[in-house]
Design a protein around this ligand. Structure first.
Ligand SMILES: Nc1ncnc2c1ncn2[C@@H]1O[C@H](COP(=O)(O)OP(=O)(O)O)[C@@H](O)[C@H]1O
Ligand SMILES: [Mg+2]
Length: 234
């Protein structure tokens, strides 16, 4: 159950960027993929979502293959992707941005918003009518994550959610996700350069380097001096 990926290779042209990635995220588990800038983390997630011009390998969601499915079908099947950067619609209101979570899950846009979830940050109910673009960078990132939590996926793919955020906001985001991990049966694959953040959520993970998964292990194993020196330090 969960997500199982075998020998995923893919990229943008004839030379694959990601090569032979094999890994899994169990049901309800949070797993980190760590790696330096340019190591292929975003390309890996794009491959999982069916967003690469070229891709091969198998992707199983709850033991069912989705690697031939369109991006839309994968989303309907329960894989949600929060891309790198602030992925919200600046012109739409906060409420409309959140309601897109319903649409992604195949529900009517007018379905009720889960009050408990959106009430987790006091600024959300207060700003439902405000344009998304007027929020701070940190709030926009929270909104992007919140929209996917409203979609209620089985597997949530997070691409460098902490990028460009202030440390206090990173803490808030980590708290939100830690609560979700504890309360929902959701699998999360978090791709990060921020090792401390990723390993606050995930007990184990993988390291990517030059498009390949070069190590797998527990948080302790992945943060050994040797690993950090070789693959993670900038
Ligand atoms: N749209 C693209 N077209 C061609 N090459 C790309 C594109 N996006 C990324 N790449 C290349 O793929 C490699 C991995 O990039 P990426 O997956 O974004 O790494 P990361 O997310 O780990 O920083 C880099 O060498 C990058 O130049
Ligand atoms: Mg990236």
């Amino acid at each position: 159950m969960g997500l199982a990926v075998r020998e995923l290779s893919g990229g943008y042209g004839s030379v694959p960027v990601v090569r032979g990635a094999t890994f899994h995220v169990d049901d309800g588990e949070t797993v980190a993929v760590l790696g330096r800038n340019g190591s292929g983390k975003t390309t890996l997630l794009r491959g999982l979502m069916g967003l690469l011009p070229r891709c091969s390998g198998s992707v199983l969601l709850n033991d069912r293959p989705v690697d031939r499915a369109s991006t839309h079908e994968r989303a309907r099947a329960g894989i949600a992707y929060v891309p790198q950067g602030r992925d919200i619609f600046s012109e739409l209101t906060v409420e409309e941005n959140l309601r897109l979570g319903h649409v992604l899950a195949g529900r009517r846009m007018s379905a009720p918003l889960p009050a408990e979830l959106i009430g987790r940050f006091s600024w959300i109910p207060e700003r439902l009518a405000q344009a998304g673009g007027t929020l701070s960078g940190g709030q926009q990132q929270m909104l992007a994550v919140m929209r996917m939590l409203i979609a209620g996926p089985q597997v949530l793919l997070l691409d460098e959610p902490t990028e460009g955020l202030a440390p206090a906001i990173i803490d808030e985001l980590a708290d939100l996700l830690a609560d979700i991990v504890a309360s929902e049966q959701m699998s999360i694959l978090v791709v990060e350069q921020n090792v401390a953040f990723a390993l606050r959520l995930a007990r184990r993970g993988y390291i990517m380097d030059h498009g390949e998964i070069v190590a797998a292990g527990t948080a302790t194993e992945l943060t050994s001096d040797e690993m950090v020196d070789q693959y993670l330090s900038v």
